[in-house]
Design a protein. Structure first.
Length: 317
């Protein structure tokens, strides 16, 4: 298991705004002195809904809302190339790892996997990982790879062959057919509509040699509410979404609960660079969600960290 060293004193940030509504967030999944040292207080969450996990996403973006440079498809560089951000660049990566540490599962899309051949979703901070284990969480969160038809998934990616990390590819019936035809290895599939006890026995725990594929929906469209209901039944209370495209889709369905948005003080511009939901359809002026600022942290004048909660019009719920 790889780790990344973090200098907690160097990367710590200060809160300049905090909503009183955070006092209603009573659950602290992983008590950690490291989080209190860097973030100033524990990472708190409300209780998860009964019908699905609590969904939160974490992204870094430029001041103009771009998530990658024109010549670098990885969002990592939006922080790393902020030459005036100081150690605040490392805070961005640390916060992503802290949010992985407090979650039961993390989700990525196939296109995002293509940008990094070593991509895997687990906590790279050794100290936070110890706190996670102390809180009786498994070593690795369940890694979910989400795809409509699996054609965008690099099926030779190292994550899909991991013997340590529990991985599930979530897709449609057509996606399962594609995986069966193109994945060079054994496959174990299950339908999201199967009884909860059957899915618990099927769910990978790590150490398996098969690729686990969870199927739902019809043709090339998975049934997202059914998948989320199945995951909740499997004990997934908090799910971190690391895919900007799927995060946007969840917002359009009125399902996303929070965004952690880190703003790197750089300008990228252009219509050829990644944004949240770039391939999706935007909301109208008459019908759109609102975002409540829950907390704002600052490292310096070139790096800020925002936490937002979504509020949806009734027609989206």
């Amino acid at each position: 298991m790889n780790t990344v060293p973090f200098d907690y004193e160097q990367i710590k940030i200060r809160s300049i705004y905090r909503s009183e509504d955070l006092e209603t967030f009573r659950e602290i999944p992983v008590p950690s002195p490291i989080v209190e040292q860097v973030y100033g207080e524990p990472l708190r969450f409300p209780q998860a809904p009964e019908e699905r996990p609590y969904l939160y996403a974490s992204f870094v973006m430029s001041v103009d809302g771009r998530m990658a440079y024109a010549n670098q498809p990885s969002a990592f560089y939006v922080a790393a190339k902020n030459e005036r951000g100081g150690a605040g660049r490392d805070t961005d990566f640390w916060l992503l790892n802290a949010l992985r540490a407090v979650g039961d599962a993390s989700l990525i899309g196939g296109n995002s996997l293509k940008t990094d051949p070593d991509y895997a979703m687990y906590c790279l901070d050794a100290g936070m990982q110890r706190d996670r284990l102390w809180a009786r969480y498994p070593r690795y969160p369940l890694n979910l790879v989400m795809s409509l038809d699996a054609r965008d998934v690099p099926l030779d990616h190292a994550l899909l062959r991991s013997r340590e990390i529990p991985v599930v590819l979530v897709t449609s019936p057509q996606g399962l057919e594609y995986v069966r035809a193109h994945f060079a290895g054994e496959i174990s599939s299950a339908d999201a509509s199967q009884p909860e006890e059957e899915l618990k026995l099927w769910l990978p725990k790590g150490g398996e040699t098969q690729l686990h594929v969870l199927v739902s929906g019809e043709n090339s469209m998975p049934d997202t509410p059914l998948v989320l209901r199945a995951l909740r039944g499997l004990g997934i209370r908090r799910l971190l979404v690391e895919s900007p495209g799927y995060a946007h889709y969840l917002v359009t369905q009125g399902l996303m609960d929070e965004f952690f948005l880190n703003q790197s003080g750089v300008y990228i511009g252009g219509g050829d660079t990644m944004t949240i939901g770039k391939a999706g359809k935007g909301f109208s002026s008459e019908l759109h969600p609102h975002m409540q600022l829950l907390q704002e942290h600052v490292y310096n004048e070139y790096f800020q960290y925002f936490r937002y909660r979504f509020h949806y019009p009734s027609s989206l719920n």
